[in-house]
Design a protein around this ligand. Structure first.
Ligand code: UDX
Ligand code: ADP
Length: 459
């Protein structure tokens, strides 16, 4: 069959995989190929055990796989064949050298740019999908324009707004699709080609076109605003614990103002995930590099508040368990950075586990999807840690439960049975405020929610 367009995606991860599966399902006249250097990942995309856990994804992949959706490790062939190349390789925060802990590590992204130049023999549209610092498109253009073959490339920014756990729904029914381009004739023409892809299933008024820098910056700002709401309510949760106010009641009362809105006001042990911290730090880094120190400090405080909240959770556990957790078994309910994903990148669970192990607690970690990642994240740490798929076994003989991830399954556990199997006095630290605290108290637990009065049996 002859396809109308050949679309390539470099990077078969959390962003590239679901996005391309949806594009392929919705545009049967386009051939969509996803390539990756990771052969194991590519192999898994060809099976029913997809390399990432995402509700509803398998059905979408199955609809298009083998028809117009293909997975391959042959990056060179993919580039040669493509009319449009989406780049969704990983861009984690640098862990070394200048800008370590702040700037993005662009080595994978730059390698991709060079590969595109090496294997192209005709004009192509390059679409930035990965989260990138502002003005990366310019660097991409410079590398592409260095090609000796005189091939014209047009760079488009099409940032991804999907959230893990709801990726398929977010892709099928996006609030908006953002497409940034150079405001030149060729730039606008390239943007129209990308608009046409999404217009197959997204209403025209939800497809926003802007200049390149607005698109790049919008992505960072959207994530910074969302993260800021979480840090704001988390700051309030600390105040609630001192004043007797209830953070849930405050979220409801404040969020009822239609100008504020209810979403993203759940107090928690802090936000995680691959985007929020990285994007804010990008914003901080770029602001500082332009000498805008007040702007940088303002956004950096959102990250500092998040770290404070994670640490506060650990300190509450230690303080309330009589200032020592040495040798005490603590069952961590959840390790993923949020429910409905196996992803643990920047998960508050990592900080909590590390700190409790440093304090010589004995950990039993349970999570429906994230145990393999948890094992990798904690590899090499000294201390006693057990990874247990069965929450009842994780809790047996434990002295405390620490809720890290808001999995639905944790709400439905038989807490009478769990209480009976635990050592006494038994504690619950609910870092997500998902459990029925009054009921747990009545069963016999000493309950420490976030930002709400604690319920204890101590005189
Ligand atoms: C985020 C953005 O939502 C998405 O648009 C962007 O493309 C990528 O980054 P994601 O990281 O998948 O998506 O998850 P999100 O649902 O935004 O949650 C991020 C973190 O905030 C999680 O750790 C979550 O548990 C936490 N959170 C969220 C809260 O603590 N409280 C809330 O009220 C909402
Ligand atoms: P994201 O959440 O941004 O999608 P992931 O880490 O899940 O990040 O996915 C990025 C993918 O990009 C990984 O599977 C990685 O192997 C792949 N990748 C990194 N560099 C290259 C490259 N030069 N060529 C092809 N794939 C790459």
């Amino acid at each position: 069959m002859k396809f109308k367009k050949n679309i390539l995606c470099i990077g078969a991860g959390y962003v590239g995989g679901p996005t391309m599966a949806v594009i392929a399902a919705k545009c049967p006249d386009c051939k969509v190929t996803v390539v990756d250097i990771n052969a194991e990942r590519i192999r898994a995309w060809g099976t029913d055990q997809l390399p990432i856990f995402e509700p509803g994804l398998l059905a979408v992949v199955r609809e298009a796989r083998g028809r117009n959706l293909f997975f391959s490790t042959d990056i060179a062939a993919g580039i040669r064949e493509a009319d449009i190349i989406f780049v969704s390789v990983n861009t984690p925060t640098k862990t070394f050298g200048h800008g370590a802990g702040m700037a993005s590590d662009l080595q994978y992204w730059e390698k991709t740019a060079h590969e595109i130049v090496a294997h192209s023999d005709r004009a192509k549209i390059i679409v930035e999908k990965s989260t990138l610092p502002v003005r990366t498109a310019e660097a991409m253009e410079r590398i592409l324009q260095e090609n000796k073959k005189g091939i014209p490339f047009e760079v488009i920014s099409n940032p991804e707004f999907l959230a893990e756990g709801s990726a398929v729904r977010d892709l099928l029914e996006p609030d908006r699709v953002l497409i940034g381009s150079r405001q030149t004739e060729t730039g606008l023409r390239a943007a129209r080609e990308i608009v046409d892809i999404f217009a197959s299933w997204v209403a025209a008024e939800r497809i926003i076109t802007t200049n390149l820098w607005s698109a790049e910056l919008s992505k960072l700002v959207a994530n910074a605003f969302l993260a800021q709401r979480i840090s704001s309510i988390n700051a309030v949760s600390a105040l609630c614990e001192k004043t007797g106010a209830d953070v849930g009641e405050i979220s409801f009362a404040v969020g009822s103002d239609s100008r504020i809105g209810r979403r993203f006001l759940n107090a928690s042990i802090g936000f995680g995930g691959s985007c929020f911290k990285k994007d804010i730090l990008n914003l901080v880094y770029i602001s500082r590099s332009y000498g805008l120190n007040e702007v940088a400090d303002y956004w950096e405080a959102v990250v500092r508040m998040n770290e404070y909240q994670q640490e506060r959770f650990v300190q509450t556990i230690i303080r309330e368990m009589f200032h020592t957790v040495v040798g005490k078994k603590i069952a961590m309910l959840g390790f993923a950075f949020k429910a409905d994903t196996g992803d643990t990148r920047e998960s508050p669970g990592i900080h909590v586990a590390r700190k409790l192990l440093e304090e010589q607690a004995v950990l039993a970690i349970t999570d429906p999807q994230a145990l393999d990642n948890a094992r990798r994240d904690l590899a090499g740490l000294a201390g006693a840690v057990e990874f247990e798929p069965d929450p009842y076994r994780a809790a047996a003989d434990a002295q405390a439960l620490a809720v890290v991830t808001e999995w639905e399954a944790f709400k439905k556990l038989d807490y009478e049975k769990i209480f009976a199997s635990m050592r006494k006095p038994a504690f619950v630290f609910d870092g997500r405020n998902i459990l029925d605290h009054r009921k747990l108290f009545e069963i016999g637990f000493n309950v420490f929610p976030l930002g709400k009065p604690s319920l204890t049996h101590f005189a």
